[in-house]
Design a protein around this ligand. Structure first.
Ligand SMILES: Nc1ncnc2c1ncn2[C@@H]1O[C@H](COP(=O)(O)OP(=O)(O)O)[C@@H](O)[C@H]1O
Ligand SMILES: [Mg+2]
Length: 478
C-alpha cells in the first residue's frame, strides 16, 4: 500500500517535500511539492515509475528528453526546472500551474451547463500555438534544430491557471532528433482521440501533427461536443488513421463559417494541406478572435476557471500558503468549517482528488471530481480513473498494460498481442485505401483508355474515307 503524503505529513524527497499526489499517469506519479531554500516555492515533482527505471532504454530516453525540455522556456509551456534522481528514483521538477487542465475545465463547465465562449476557446488555441511554435523551433546547445514534436497534445495536457496562464504540460511522449526514435520499435503513443493520422500510422511526424492535435482540441471546444475517449481500440485507431471531420458549426450552428474553415484546415488528413506552422494557425485564430470576440483577454480565461472551481481554489490557496509558504490563512469561520468537510485527510480539492480517496470515502458532491462517478471511470488521458481502480491502492500499475511516455510501452502480458494485431489492422487498412479508393487514378486511367479508343476510331474512319475516295476517283477515271 502506498503511503501518500499530506500537507500535515509531507514526504521528503531530495530537496523537495512532497505535499500531495495530484496525478498518476503512464510515466509515474505527479506530486505537488515544496522546494526549500531561501525562497521556497511550489513545484510539481513527476516521478518515474520504478518498473520503468528498470528499463535501460526508457531511462536513456527519459534523460535525453529531459535535457531537451529543461531548455524550454516559454510562457505557454510549463517550465521544467530540473531532472535527476533521488536514490535511484528518477524525477522531473517543474513549475506548478495552480488551476486545472482544459479537460477538467470543460467537464466542469458542461456539468454546470455553462458554454465555453467562442473567444475563450480561440484564445486557448492561440496560446497553445505560441507554445507549440516555440517548442518546434527549439535548438540544441550548438544551435541545431531539435525538431521537437509534443505528440500528445490534448485537453489533459494543457493547464490553465486561475490567473489565466495557458500552459502545455507533459512532453513525456515528445520526439526529437536527440532520441534514437527512428530506430526504436515504433510504438504508437499519445491519445488516439487527438492523434494526427500520420502518427497513428506510425509514420515519422513533424510539428504539423501537433497542429492537428490542437485542431482536434479546438474542434471539441467549439462544437462543444465531447469526443469519445474510450471504446474498441482498433476502431479508435482506424478513426485516428482515417479521420473524417464535420465542421464545428454542424454541431454548434452559432459557430461562424470562417471559424469552421480555420479548424478544418488544421484537421486536414494530409499534413501538407494543414497550416505549415503553429504560428500560421495561431495567427488565423487571432484574426478570428479579433473579429468575433475582440474583448476577450487571458485574464477572462482565468476568471471563468476560478468561477467554476471557486471552492477548490479556496482549499488549494490554503494548502499552498500553509504547506509551501508557511503562512496561515485566516479563513472565515464558514470557510474553516467547510474546509474540515471538504478537505478530509483522504482527499483534497486538487486535480485528481479521487487518487487520494479511500474506496469508501464519500465527499461533498460539489467539491469532488465530477468525473469520479461516471461509469466507467476514465482519467483525462483515457486510462482508468484511480478512484475505482484497485491499482491505485496497491503499488501503481500492477499487472496491466499501460501507455507510457518516451516511446516505451509497458511490456505487460496482453500488450504485445494487442499491439501486433493493431499494427496489422492499420497496415491492412492502408493498403486497402491505397489500392481501392483512388478515384482520381481511376478517372485518369479511364480517360487515357478512352483517348486511345478515339484515336483508333478516327484513324479507322480516316483510312476508310481515304479508301473510299481512291475508289471513287478510280471508278470515275475508268
Ligand atoms: N505543472 C503542472 N502544474 C499543475 N498540475 C500538473 C502539472 N503537471 C501535471 N499536472 C497534473 O498532473 C496530471 C498528470 O500529469 P502529466 O504531466 O500530464 O502526466 P501523464 O499524462 O504522463 O500522467 C495532469 O493532468 C495535471 O492534472
Ligand atoms: Mg498527461
Amino acid at each position: 500500500m502506498l503511503q501518500d503524503p499530506t500537507p500535515e505529513a509531507p514526504l521528503p524527497f531530495g530537496r523537495y517535500q512532497l505535499i500531495r499526489r495530484i496525478g498518476a499517469g503512464g510515466m509515474g506519479e505527479v506530486f505537488l511539492a515544496r522546494e526549500g531554500g531561501p525562497a521556497p516555492r511550489a513545484v510539481v515533482v513527476k516521478k518515474v515509475l520504478p518498473n520503468l527505471v528498470a528499463n535501460r532504454a526508457f531511462v536513456g530516453r527519459f534523460l535525453d528528453e529531459a535535457k531537451v525540455v529543461v531548455r524550454l522556456s516559454h510562457h505557454n509551456i510549463a517550465r521544467v526546472y530540473a531532472m535527476g534522481d533521488v536514490d535511484g528514483e528518477y524525477f522531473l521538477s517543474m513549475e506548478y500551474v495552480q488551476g486545472k487542465t482544459v479537460s477538467r475545465m470543460t467537464k466542469r463547465l458542461r456539468d454546470r451547463k455553462v458554454d465555453m465562449p467562442l473567444g475563450i476557446a480561440l484564445l486557448i488555441g492561440e496560446r497553445v500555438c505560441q507554445g507549440l511554435q516555440y517548442a518546434h523551433d527549439a535548438k540544441d546547445e550548438n544551435g541545431n534544430p531539435l525538431h521537437l514534436v509534443h505528440r500528445d497534445l490534448s485537453p489533459a495536457n494543457v493547464c490553465i491557471s486561475y490567473r489565466g496562464d495557458i500552459k502545455i504540460i507533459d512532453f513525456g511522449a515528445a520526439q526529437s532528433t536527440l532520441k534514437e526514435e527512428q530506430t526504436a520499435p515504433r510504438v504508437v503513443i499519445g491519445n488516439l482521440t487527438y492523434m494526427a493520422p500520420e502518427q497513428a500510422k506510425k509514420q515519422i511526424v513533424d510539428g504539423r501533427a501537433d497542429i492537428y492535435s490542437c485542431g482536434v482540441m479546438l474542434w471539441e471546444l467549439l462544437s462543444w461536443h465531447a469526443l469519445p475517449q474510450k471504446g474498441d481500440p482498433i476502431e479508435r485507431w482506424r478513426k485516428a488513421a482515417n479521420p473524417v471531420w464535420e465542421a464545428p458549426s454542424a454541431t454548434m450552428p452559432s459557430i461562424p463559417r470562417d471559424v469552421d474553415d480555420v479548424i478544418l484546415k488544421a484537421l486536414c488528413k494530409e499534413p501538407k494541406d494543414r497550416y505549415a506552422t503553429a504560428t500560421e494557425f495561431g495567427e488565423a485564430l487571432k484574426k478570428l478572435r479579433t473579429r468575433f470576440a475582440p474583448d476577450v483577454r487571458d485574464a477572462d480565461v482565468g476568471e471563468l476557471l476560478a468561477r467554476v472551481f471557486a471552492k477548490e481554489k479556496t482549499g488549494e490557496d490554503a494548502v499552498l500558503h500553509e504547506a509551501v509558504y508557511g503562512q496561515t490563512i485566516n479563513l472565515p469561520a464558514s470557510e474553516k468549517t467547510r474546509r474540515v468537510q471538504i478537505v478530509p485527510p483522504t482527499a483534497l480539492a486538487f486535480e485528481h482528488t479521487a487518487v487520494l480517496a479511500s474506496a469508501d470515502f464519500k465527499d461533498d458532491q460539489d467539491i469532488t471530481d465530477p468525473g469520479r462517478d461516471d461509469p466507467p471511470p476514465v482519467a483525462e488521458d483515457g486510462t482508468p480513473t484511480p478512484a475505482k481502480d484497485p491499482r491505485f491502492t496497491q503499488p501503481l500499475l500492477q499487472g496491466r498494460s499501460r501507455r507510457t511516455g518516451f516511446g516505451v510501452t509497458f511490456a505487460e502480458a496482453e500488450e504485445p498481442v494487442l499491439e501486433h494485431s493493431l499494427i496489422q489492422e492499420i497496415e491492412a487498412s492502408e493498403d486497402f485505401i491505397e489500392e481501392a479508393s483512388d478515384p482520381e487514378a481511376d478517372t485518369r486511367a479511364n480517360y487515357q483508355e478512352g483517348k486511345w479508343k478515339l484515336v483508333v476510331l478516327l484513324s479507322g474512319i480516316f483510312l476508310f474515307a481515304t479508301g473510299l475516295g481512291f475508289l471513287a476517283v478510280w471508278l470515275a477515271l475508268r
